[in-house]
Design a protein around this ligand. Sequence first.
Ligand code: PHE
Length: 460
Amino acid sequence: MKRLKQHAIWGQRGSFILAATGSAVGLGNIWKFPYITGENGGGAFVLMYLVCIALIGIPIMMAEIMLGRRGRANPATTMLNISQELGVSRLWSVIGWMGVLAGFLILSYYTVIAGWTLEYFERATHGSFRGLNGDTSNALFSEFLADPTRLIFWQSLFMAMTVLVLAFGVNKGLETAIRWMMPLLFVLLIVLLGYAYSSGEFATSLRFMFSFNPEDLSWEAALVALGHAFFTLSLGMGAIMAYGSYMPSTASIGKTVIVVACLDTLVALMAGVAIFAFVFATPGISPSSGPGLMFVTLPVAFGNMAVGTIVGAAFFLMVILAAWSSTISILEPAVAYVTERFGLHRITACVLIGATAWALGLGSVLSFNHWADVQILWGKNFFDSMDFISTNMLLPLGGFLIAIYVGWVMTREQAEHEFRHDSVGLLKVWRFVLRYLSPIAVLAVLINGIFPLLTTVFSE
Ligand code: PHE
């Protein structure tokens, strides 16, 4: 098999875990998870989400890393190399291709939202949350969204931050950045949780997140939980495959994946508990306030706290770090592809892809103001369409194809070759889940995503 000589390997122990956790922990954990928990009834949703992570997320993540480490190249070349080695159709490299495309689309809008966190960090440090109530906070947020120039400024800055890290390369850029970002993120999270414990409605928050009410179990919520399990673990688009390709052959994949999935879940739960503790401690605001939870509701809570400026700034700094360590993982597969396939210099590749994704992101910026009513897909504006195509379609489809490829196209020996350091029992369960449970569950999410779309089309 053709190996790429220049392909990097993580230089230090623990770097893969930190980088994969950095990829996984992002806006999905701190922005999305708390509000979808709020919207879907709390404890019952959390339980379904945990089941999805354990039964679907972990097995697919193991498969992705295995492929990356075996192929030792960017996702598209990895899939091509392995397929040639196995003597199966080269068409399977579509998994890598789709991943590169999905990453490109996600990057375009993810940097827009990540940009908002820069604005809110600045606001927090200036004490602008002081004395806010629900209405004034809402007005402040709407005013911000109505100003494309400001949105573009922050979007550009976030993209530049992402490009900057990757331009330095896998070891000097990515690895170095991740080794200071992740510890700082965890320290900030623990400080925030400690503060929530001492001053917020910590017990009410815990009850909200973990009290299980069987009536809240629903098929719809289960599908939201499963879709989110994909997004939050960065699965189905090659980010984890690319990081896996830098993993030394001696590391145990199973154990590593369990650590990453646990850390990702822990951050989502800790962020959720802290956020709801702040929300419950502030009269007049509610936990089920949807996507505005982080940008409208939380600033009210910070504005009414004794040391709200510091707590608010610490919170938004934490979100910036989380989003930043994710955007670099979203850009990496495409950069690896272009440098390895076309021999482009890494800096040129980073700037070129970053600039193109940035240009596409302008459509998402405008979706919050001038183009709010311009529909791209049925009933969806530009931003919602990008999110829908990538998160609801390409990621689950990528996950489905990975499960079929590793579970059915590869033989047991081929699939288990990279798992020399893992226990036989774990591998048995893994293979069974990957062959049967994962594809069926992922198909259910996909159909659930497409079905409402079809009904809209046919009812027109
Ligand atoms: N996992 C990231 C988050 O939760 C998002 C992401 C998706 C990152 C896909 C990489 C790939 O925010």
